[in-house]
Design a protein around this ligand. Structure first.
Ligand code: AMP
Length: 173
């Protein structure tokens, strides 16, 4: 496996991780990979995983780690870049362990976009991107999954001294 310089970006649904990562890579020369975008692309292709991914996203649950990690690995291998900022990953301890086992690398840093829940709900319900999971019922599940599965892995990186927290404030006019 070649040498990789990796950063992960985590945050709840609507925390702005995708938007901020797109800006960060412009300045710092990383390739931006979004786990959610890779899954949506796979879902729209002829993949055998298509309907499983669609149903999982609709329910606001987590797609099996092996599928997600293999999509990430495929992108990494097909790129000339060796620096990747991977957003929406890891979403669980299982994600983290699968990445370490399959790709054999750890991130140098992890960004956490820490956004108040009411702000995330407002953004997701107002963004109008036509996503199957941007509705109040799925959003409730996504928030539960984030708290139960993603926060522990964020804690794990905090304990390892790799976590950089970006605190997002909600301004109500
Ligand atoms: P996002 O685009 O980051 O909001 O992710 C949308 C949905 O894609 C999530 O609610 C999950 O169903 C799925 N997903 C995104 N990232 C992952 C991941 N790292 N592992 C498993 N499922 C994921």
């Amino acid at each position: 496996m070649p040498f990789y310089f990796l950063g992960f970006a985590s945050g709840g649904p609507g925390s702005g991780k995708g938007t901020q990562c797109a800006k960060i890579v412009e300045t710092f020369g990383y390739k931006h990979l979004s786990a959610g975008d890779l899954l949506r692309r796979e879902m729209s292709s002829d993949s055998k995983y298509g309907s499983m991914i669609l149903n999982t996203i609709k329910e606001g649950k987590i797609v099996p780690s092996e599928v997600t990690v293999k999509l990430i690995l495929r992108e990494m291998k097909s790129s000339d870049n060796r620096k990747f900022l991977i957003d929406g990953f890891p979403r669980s301890e299982e994600n983290r362990i699968a990445f370490e086992q399959i790709i054999g690398a750890e991130p140098r840093f992890v960004l956490f976009f820490d956004c108040p829940e009411e702000e995330m709900v407002k953004r997701v319900l107002c963004r109008n991107e036509g996503r199957v999971d941007d509705n109040i019922d799925t959003m409730k599940n996504r928030l539960k999954v984030f708290e139960a599965l993603s926060l522990p892995v964020i804690d794990y990186y905090a304990k390892k001294g790799k976590l950089y927290r970006v605190t997002i404030f909600s301004f109500n006019a």
